[in-house]
Write a protein that binds this ligand. Structure first.
Ligand SMILES: *Cc1c(COP(=O)(O)O)cnc(C)c1O
Length: 365
């Protein structure tokens, strides 16, 4: 640390110069995050000092968190769902498996995840000492439900399915998996970190939420398609006892117990997430998703015209292509199978997609 601090002007010219090294979102086609909605920024600033780790001190913010859970629960067709605001999909997935392990109480626990699962499950299984059983995908990059059933046994504490996979934008056979989980009396966690704020706003979507009896918990991330400020995810559970199974005593706080993973938590980000939901409502979200999906379809048809058909059948605005080109100035990513992957987030406009297709077309000839 410096012995004497620097003046504010000097400090901020330093910070601004460093920020120049960050990528602007405009040419970023690889991210599931996006520019936050202005109301999220405003709400976050309003609640910037709030700490949900000690909710008795911030009862106002805590009521916003309860409302966020209620809104997202209702979106997942269970308004009375329990839950809390996490730091994102990783924490939600970890906590879901932690609850399931507690509830099952078996000696050598395992969890059955799809091959396409987000890498957060690898972290979660390592931390929780769970055997991770990986079910293969079918030819459309969806979890093979029969294989998942074969891997499930009396030591399986949870099945995991993904609604809107990170790499191919597909939805696992959630209804079939929910039945398998029910038959085995095991938990079933649906990772809808990305798809949870896309699928409900599409004209047609497969069932993936609490409407399916076997679904016991869901991850859904406002800081992705919810256009919220980072960090905010949400973990929802069907049953209050699941969350309470994680309670530890918190002797010196305003509340006596907590089930969260983090202690100190940002109230600002929670206010930001709720602000976007209240401001846009169902109609606003439907419009945003429609726009993203229109750009996603334009991208797919443009790439197909250049000889790069889309891989699988994405249900959400994530598309992968067997395309070896890497156009300069554009940030694209690649899946573990080497396919070019593009996410049409709200910051990606039609103009940007046309520019990208032109650049790919120019390289192609
Ligand atoms: C992004 C993502 C995650 C991880 O979420 P973070 O907020 O980055 O921790 C988990 N699952 C899926 C399906 C995702 O798309």
């Amino acid at each position: 640390m410096r012995s004497q601090g620097i003046a504010e002007d000097e400090l901020f010219s330093f910070l601004l110069s460093v920020k120049e090294n960050d990528r602007r979102y405009r040419h970023v086609l690889s991210s599931m995050c996006t520019l936050p909605h202005p109301v999220a920024v405003r709400a976050m600033n309003l609640f910037i000092e709030s700490n949900l780790g000690d909710p008795g001190l911030f009862e106002g913010t805590a009521s916003l968190e309860a409302l966020l859970v209620e809104r997202l629960g209702a979106l997942m067709h269970l308004p009375e769902a329990c839950g809390y605001a996490t730091s994102g999909g990783t924490e939600s997935n970890l906590q879901a498996l932690r609850m399931a392990r507690r509830e099952a109480g078996v000696r050598s626990p395992n969890v059955v995840v799809p091959e396409s699962a987000h890498f957060s499950f690898e972290k979660a299984c390592e931390i929780l000492s769970l055997e991770m059983r990986v079910a293969p995908s079918d030819d459309m990059y969806r979890m093979d439900a029969e294989a998942a059933a074969d891997l499930t046994d009396k030591n399986t504490i949870s099945l995991v399915g993904v609604a809107g996979t990170t790499e191919y934008g597909v939805v696992d056979p959630i209804a079939a998996l929910a039945e398998i989980a029910s038959d085995h009396g095991t938990a079933f966690h649906v990772d809808a970190a990305f798809g949870g704020l896309v699928l409900p706003f599409l004209p047609e979507s497969p069932l993936f939420d609490f409407q399916l009896e076997g679904v016991t918990s869901i991850s859904i991330d406002p800081h992705k398609m919810g256009m919220s400020t980072i960090p905010v995810g949400c973990l929802l559970t069907r049953d209050p006892s699941m969350l309470c199974s994680l309670n530890v005593d918190t002797p010196y706080l305003t509340v006596k117990q907590e089930f969260t993973l983090a202690g100190t938590r940002s109230g600002g980000a929670v206010a930001g997430a709720l602000a976007v939901i209240e401001h846009l409502g169902r109609d606003g979200f439907t419009a945003v998703v429609a726009e993203c999906m229109a750009n996603h379809r334009r991208l797919i048809s443009g790439m197909a015209a250049l000889g790069y058909p889309v891989i699988a059948e994405p249900k959400v605005n994530v598309a992968a292509f067997d395309c070896p080109l890497s156009p300069e100035g554009w940030q694209v990513s690649h899946t573990r199978h080497g396919h070019m992957r593009i996410v049409c987030m709200p910051h990606i406009t039609t103009t940007i997609i046309e520019e990208f297709l032109k650049d790919i077309g120019d390289m192609h000839v």
